[in-house]
Write a protein of this length. Structure first.
Length: 697
């Protein structure tokens, strides 16, 4: 079936987050009334209805939220326990009206003991109850005065409001119709222990870890909560939902800030306003595909599960089939347009500092290990060779060698523009390297004559042979110059070009002795150069030429301008680098299917006014792409990445891994067969991504 014959999927399915392997969750902080469960049930239901209206599948509430946490010895009053059960029944009955699961807290009497318990409620049913495992009994806490820990429970099932439900801290709740959606509940102090119950739950398959907490506030405690939630979600490769008690708890000796957070794999997705005067709800969309994929890739996660297999086999799974909201619900998570480049300037500056110094450190080590003190580099006046030249100059500084040991050459060919040639010369002089120029046109013409190419006879034939003769001649000169001067050839090709196969194979620009840009994306190189300008590491003259290079159209300059003066544009052929870098990140780093990548790309790129751009980006550089454009360029990416360029990556030279987004080195992050075809990815893309414009959406 051709692309034109491929049926388009329903747009509603494509734009629905549940269809794309995500789940919306809510964390709620109601305004409680101490010892008034009926009022607290109504407050719970108000927020539960908001969560359901927002399309959330899960809504988490605080510890003992139906009774309030700060009841102290009132928990021994049967009237309060009965009222708490009645409040749970009220919540259960009302929950028939919506599909959202509610994780609520109350005291439960079981086996002649009292337990601080979380109960999961779903559409008029109680799915299970989890008692708190670790009870704090120090400083302001004395929970053992009222409650017993989970290990003291004798029963594995209890009768509650006429239902028989599982009871224990070993319960996993699995959504049968949403792959990867498995919940576990723990309570407050459980998180503060060396091995929280949620650790074993995650190893057993839980992806949504829910913590019903009360947690009074003291100075600095919020930062501690954030650190713990971030670490637990990161170590467990899971989402961690946390809800602390808010307004209404007794202030006899304590205060409460209503802190709620949602983390995913170490990253904060949503956080409440602390010390808010009234109830709150926060929402976020969890990427289940991402979490499951990360667990498959991280062999240490599987090893840890295997080491605990005897314990994990005893954990109980409770299945349920929630109704999943349909239609376009939007997306409640931030999707960075530039995943290799943080939008926040402080974070970005830190990334650039690390990236630049990784490149310098790695190159210094290679020179020291080979006892070679000179570098040969071709300088085109473009982004990649500029970054490599900057790294080379700083490496010589680091090694205590003169910058004249960098032998930089501009190698003009048949289509070299005067502006890029001037930029190359200006940069080489500003950096104080040894600069020279070799006109490759005579040797290229000789090669074309030897080949019998029509260009040698004066015919304007600018085919791939014409282009690659120039690329090959440049690298041939550089390697022989390195032999002549006892130097290493420094490669310049970046991660984006390597992914798209945008380089001449073998003795062309794909090869060098060492490549400092091998795992640096095109978009990151642009910001590395901007960072160098902004941090005043060079003089004004150098900064001025760096800015001109940034403003220059990206082109291989292998084909002369057309009759209208238009130069050869790389991005017209292989797509906008900013969009292709987005595709590269999610396909190579996370292994997401193309339709999921298109869904995320649409949310990141379809509206120029939506969400922040990286600080300092000019308005004229801020683009937007409709789904039709994303689909078109993603198909180009898939075809080139999976179907035609792996043989080049399989023999790429050494170069340091720089970005957390990974590298494509066959000795590192990416090992793939050279003879694979792209059909699987192309079919998935065509069958699942509607080819519609913004106006049609």
């Amino acid at each position: 079936m051709t692309d034109a014959e491929t049926p388009c999927p329903p747009a509603g399915d494509f734009f629905n987050l549940y269809h794309q392997g995500l789940v919306r969750v809510a964390v709620c902080v109601p305004e409680v009334v101490v010892a008034d469960p009926s009022t607290n049930a109504r407050a719970t239901l108000r927020l539960a209805q908001q969560a359901a209206k927002s399309g959330a599948l899960v809504a988490l509430f605080p510890e003992l939220g139906l009774s309030a946490y700060s009841n102290e010895d009132l928990f021994q009053q049967q009237a309060l326990l009965d009222a708490s059960l009645a409040a749970l029944d009220e919540v259960r009955l009302a929950s028939r009206e919506f599909a959202t699961l509610l994780a609520v807290g109350l005291p439960l009497a079981v086996d002649g003991r009292l337990f601080n318990t979380a109960v999961l409620v779903h559409q008029g049913r109680l799915l299970g109850a989890a008692p708190k495992s670790y009870l704090p009994n120090f400083r302001e806490f004395y929970e053992k005065r009222q409650f017993s820990p989970a290990r003291d429970a004798l029963s594995r099932e209890i009768s509650l409001l006429g239902e028989t439900i599982p009871f224990g801290n070993d319960l996993l709740f699995e959504a049968r119709n949403l792959p990867g959606c498995v919940l576990h509940m723990e309570l407050c102090e459980d998180l503060w222990t060396p091995i929280p119950p949620s650790t074993h739950a995650a190893l057993a398959g839980a992806t949504l870890l829910l913590n019903l907490s009360a947690s009074n506030i003291t100075i600095g405690k919020a930062a501690e909560r954030n650190a713990l939630c971030a670490a637990q979600s990161g170590k467990c490769l899971a989402a961690y939902l946390y809800s602390a008690a808010g307004p209404g708890e007794s202030s006899t000796d304590l205060a409460w800030d209503g802190h709620a957070v949602i983390y995913e794999n170490g990253q904060l997705l949503a956080e409440s306003e602390r010390f808010a005067p009234s109830e709150q709800i926060i929402l976020a969309d969890i990427d289940l595909d991402l979490l499951i994929g990360e667990r498959r890739r991280r062999t240490s996660f599987g090893d840890a599960a295997a080491a605990e297999s005897e314990h994990l086999r005893g954990m109980r799974r409770i299945g349920f089939a929630p109704g999943l909201p349909g239609g376009d619900l939007g997306l409640r998570r931030r999707v960075e347009r530039f995943p290799f480049v943080p939008a926040d300037s402080r974070t970005r500056d830190a990334y650039c500092y690390e990236a630049y110094n990784i490149q310098v450190q790695a190159l210094a080590k290679r020179l020291a290990a080979t006892s070679i003190e000179r570098l040969v580099i071709g300088v085109s006046g473009g982004l990649d060779s500029t970054q490599a030249l900057l790294v080379a100059a700083r490496t010589m500084d680091r090694l205590g060698l003169p910058r004249t040991n960098v032998l930089a050459y501009t190698l003009p060919g048949f289509a070299t523009g005067e502006s890029t040639r001037v930029n190359a010369w200006t940069l080489m002089r500003a950096l104080g390297v040894t600069a020279a120029e070799i006109d490759i046109r005579p040797s290229c013409l000789q090669m074309l004559q030897d080949l019998g190419h029509p260009f040698a006879d004066g015919q304007p034939v600018h085919d791939v042979t014409f282009e690659n003769v120039q690329a090959g001649e440049r690298t041939s000169h550089l390697f022989r110059l390195a032999n002549h001067h006892q130097a290493l050839v420094l490669g310049t090709g970046d991660l984006s070009e390597i992914a798209l196969g945008w380089s001449t194979y073998g003795v062309g620009d794909q090869m060098s002795h060492y490549n400092v840009n091998a795992s640096v994306s095109k978009t990151l190189i642009q910001y590395l150069i901007r960072w160098l300008i902004a941090s005043n590491q060079f003089d004004d003259a150098t900064n001025a030429v760096l800015q001109r290079i940034l403003d220059t159209e990206i082109s291989p300059e292998l084909v002369p301008p057309d009759a209208q003066g238009h130069i050869q544009s790389t991005q017209d052929i292989i797509g906008p680098y900013e969009l292709q870098d987005f595709h590269l990140y999610y396909i190579s780093r996370y292994g997401l299917r193309p339709s999921k990548v298109a869904f995320l790309a649409w949310h990141a790129w379809h509206d120029r006014a939506h969400g922040p751009w990286p600080d300092g980006m000019r308005p004229e550089d801020q683009q937007e792409y409709d789904l039709s454009s994303i689909r078109r360029w993603l198909e180009v990416f898939v075809r080139r990445f999976f179907g035609g360029s792996q043989f080049k990556r399989s023999c790429m030279p050494n170069g340091p891994k720089v970005s957390s987004g990974g590298s494509l080195s066959p000795r590192g992050d990416w090992r793939a067969p050279s003879d694979a075809v792209a059909a699987v990815w192309l079919d998935e893309l065509r069958q699942n991504v509607p080819n519609i414009t913004s106006a049609e959406k």
